[in-house]
Design a protein around this ligand. Structure first.
Ligand SMILES: [Mg+2]
Length: 285
């Protein structure tokens, strides 16, 4: 039975999750360490004046979605893998611990569950593994997914040889990557919060935005998600922000705050829990 069939009649057919600072709290320190590493890279590898680095880092982040996207837009040339390895390679991943509460919540839902992150594939897999969530998602839409021509890799990259999902089996079908290709051919990094990036993710995941709920800790990503027609949840905030339909101070509160996700599915729940444990996460890169 496909995902749509399992969730017929329910309000949501897909749960789309940002990863960093959404599936784990900002207090983990990864965000801060990541910013420090980006600034070190700008200083050491791009020879940007030390006094300029913090301001430039922030301004590029605001203007282009990520500092990396801004650096590329300004014409700095560097290898994407090298940048990601430098920025993520020394992160304090030890602070991320398995989260059985979130795992149980995710596995108790019938909807398709997909990660949509600006980060690279290696970081995404590391974080999901540390959190013990590596088999909770159907697929990952990451940097390499949206920027294929910048970093030529195979579109469908599985965790192991047995985990490749195809469109026929209800897995993600990335046949429509025209949006990502057309953008990357202009040498611009495609990432959230660009509306174009959200719309590309919707097409790649092959979901109906009106039946998809998008979780993210970034106010600007939430605003773009709403503009793209998604239902939206701001995570890490106890108050609603513009464009958000729900606010969750912590992802663990999702069942109390958004009961509709679990409505009308009790009869099939057990079957899905068993199925979910057998599905590996596929990276769309
Ligand atoms: Mg985030």
């Amino acid at each position: 039975m496909d995902a749509a069939g399992r969730t017929t009649g329910t309000k949501y057919e897909c749960l789309l999750f940002d990863m960093d600072d959404t599936l784990y709290p900002l207090s983990s320190g990864l965000n801060l360490a990541c910013r420090k590493n980006i600034q070190d890279y700008m200083l050491r590898h791009l020879n940007i004046e030390e006094s300029e680095v913090p301001r430039m880092c922030l301004e590029l982040y605001k203007e282009y979605g990520t500092t990396m996207a801004g650096l590329k837009a300004l014409g700095y040339e560097f290898d994407n893998d090298e940048f990601h390895a430098f920025v993520h390679g020394r992160l304090p991943y030890d602070t991320l611990k398995p989260d059985p509460v979130l795992r149980s919540l995710l596995l108790s839902t019938l909807q398709r569950k997909i990660i949509f992150t600006n980060s690279d594939k290696k970081h995404a897999l590391e974080v999901l593994n540390r959190l013990g969530l590596e088999d909770c998602f159907e697929g990952i839409i990451c940097f390499e997914t949206l920027n294929p021509a910048l970093e030529p890799v195979e579109f469908m990259d599985a965790l192991d040889d047995n985990a490749v999902l195809s469109g026929d089996e209800g897995g993600l079908d990335i046949t429509d990557s025209s949006a990502a290709n057309s953008v990357s051919s202009k040498r611009r990094v495609l990432c959230k919060p660009a509306l174009e990036a959200i719309e590309a993710a919707i097409r790649i995941a092959n979901v109906d935005p009106k039946k998809t709920i998008f979780f993210d800790d970034s106010a600007r990503n939430i605003a773009s998600g709403k503009a793209a027609g998604l239902h939206t949840v701001i995570v890490g905030s106890s108050v609603l922000i513009p464009g958000a339909d729900y606010a969750l101070s912590c992802i663990h509160n999702m069942k109390e705050a958004i009961a509709e996700i679990w409505e009308g599915e009790e009869g099939e729940q057990q079957e899905q829990v068993i199925q979910s444990t057998t599905v590996e996460t596929v990276v769309l890169a």
